[in-house]
Design a protein around this ligand. Structure first.
Ligand code: GLU
Length: 396
């Protein structure tokens, strides 16, 4: 299946597949929609990357940037290899060279799964423009995603969801009682666990590709962080105080809140019924596209509140925007809190009122914003005026 088959009224505007015979680097860039600004989105570096996946992630960025009110459109790119098995510097340089004509006018990169602030330094230098990407090291004026911007936003999203559900008498869980499972222990999952712990929220289980650890009374997160120093995988903790279980066991844990914080497509019909059996009541999508549409509907019908990825995990791109403006790390965290609280409040309150899946309202809201921007780009002022009136009705 080709990414062209995904074309609809929103995009994608460009699909670029590149190959460099000198390094054997293969990569993909999808610029989905630039009506609200240059396409923004990270570079995923993994052997599983496909053009369809990059397109789906680019579309998620379109809705994410619109919902957060950022002057960016949606895009994403991918380099197809395990970064630990190739010459990652040569491949990153080669990818940058290939997509240079689009950066930063139509595409502004950032980190994603498999890339770090160091890759961003290489990318920006190769393009010869520091505005070609965000998530750069501090020495280059960057606000690295490794500061935990996404995890901070995810924690804020969860705290806000608990408050709104309580205020509307929809669900009663206090921050103190809540038991949380975090699936994934990379940049997003590990920071989410840390920020949850600082917010006084109990993390009972954490998993990564190698296994999962569990403590029904709550894991000691600061201790875990110390124990993980110099280790790449949870399984390396074997033989210490931790029992390492099979990674899929995380779906069997009794908990109130489940946070998928790794790759996509993990909450399927099968895992959704397990989550329901374990009495999960809130899912915060820290990963992009973790839930299949049918699992999302099934969970919603069974009273599970899902905070959609493009609302819950926008902390990273909000931080990127602050970097892009040349502002500080402190301002990044402040803006993340402000925008995530506003976004989650708005989406949840409307969804409770309309009795619909939060993803449905959130997508409708983002579509309205992008639609209006597309009309303005076309110069269709009168139609745009009508669209403004309609947009006001859904209170963005
Ligand atoms: N990779 C992050 C995301 O999926 C950040 C993207 C960005 O800052 O451009 O949201």
């Amino acid at each position: 299946m080709s990414a062209w088959e995904e074309i609809d009224e929103w995009g994608p505007e460009k699909i670029l597949q590149v190959y460099d015979p000198d390094t054997c680097m293969k990569g993909v860039l999808v610029i989905d929609n630039t009506s609200t600004g240059p396409g923004k989105g990270g570079i995923r570096f993994a052997d599983s990357v496909t053009p369809i996946e990059v397109f789906r992630l680019a579309r998620t960025m379109t809705w994410k940037c619109a919902a957060a009110g950022l002057p960016f459109g949606g895009a994403k790119s991918g380099i197809i290899a395990d970064p630990n098995k190739v010459d990652r510097v040569a491949w990153m340089k080669s990818f940058a060279k290939m997509i240079k004509p689009y950066c930063p006018s139509q595409y502004i990169a950032a980190t994603d799964i498999g890339t770090t602030e160091l890759d961003m330094a290489i990318f920006a230098h190769e393009i010869g423009d520091m505005r070609a990407c965000t998530g750069k090291p501090a020495e280059l004026g960057g606000i690295p995603h490794e500061l935990g911007t996404t995890g901070y936003g995810v924690t804020t999203a969860l705290e806000t969801a608990i408050e709104v559900l309580e205020e509307s008498h929809t669900l009663h869980i206090t921050k103190k009682q809540a038991k949380v499972c975090v699936q994934g222990f990379g940049n997003v999952g590990s920071f989410t666990a840390r920020f949850l712990d600082s917010a006084g929220i109990k993390v009972v289980a954490i998993s990564d590709v190698s296994g999962f650890i569990y403590n029904k009374d709550g894991l000691n997160i600061p201790r875990l962080m110390t124990d993980m120093k110099g280790k790449a995988r949870l399984s390396e903790l074997k033989g210490s105080i931790y029992d390492i279980n099979d990674k899929d066991g995380i779906f069997e844990v009794d908990s109130d809140i489940f946070i998928p914080a790794a790759v996509g497509d993990v909450i399927t019909d099968r895992t959704a019924s397990k989550l329901l059996k374990n009495r999960v009541k809130i899912i915060v999508e820290a990963a992009n596209l973790p839930t299949s549409p049918s699992a999302s509907e099934y969970l919603h019908k069974n009273n599970v509140w899902i905070i959609p990825d493009f609302i819950a995990n926008a902390g990273g791109v909000i931080g990127s925007f602050v970097e892009y403006q040349g502002r500080t790390e402190k301002e990044a965290f402040e803006l993340i809190r402000y925008k995530i609280v506003k976004g989650v409040r708005n989406v949840l309150a409307e969804s409770i009122m309309r009795e619909e899946n939060p993803r449905t309202f959130a997508t409708e809201m983002s579509k309205q914003i992008v639609y209006r921007a597309m009309l303005l780009r076309k110069g269709a002022i009168n139609v745009a005026r009508e669209a403004y009136a309609r947009l006001d009705k859904i209170s963005v």
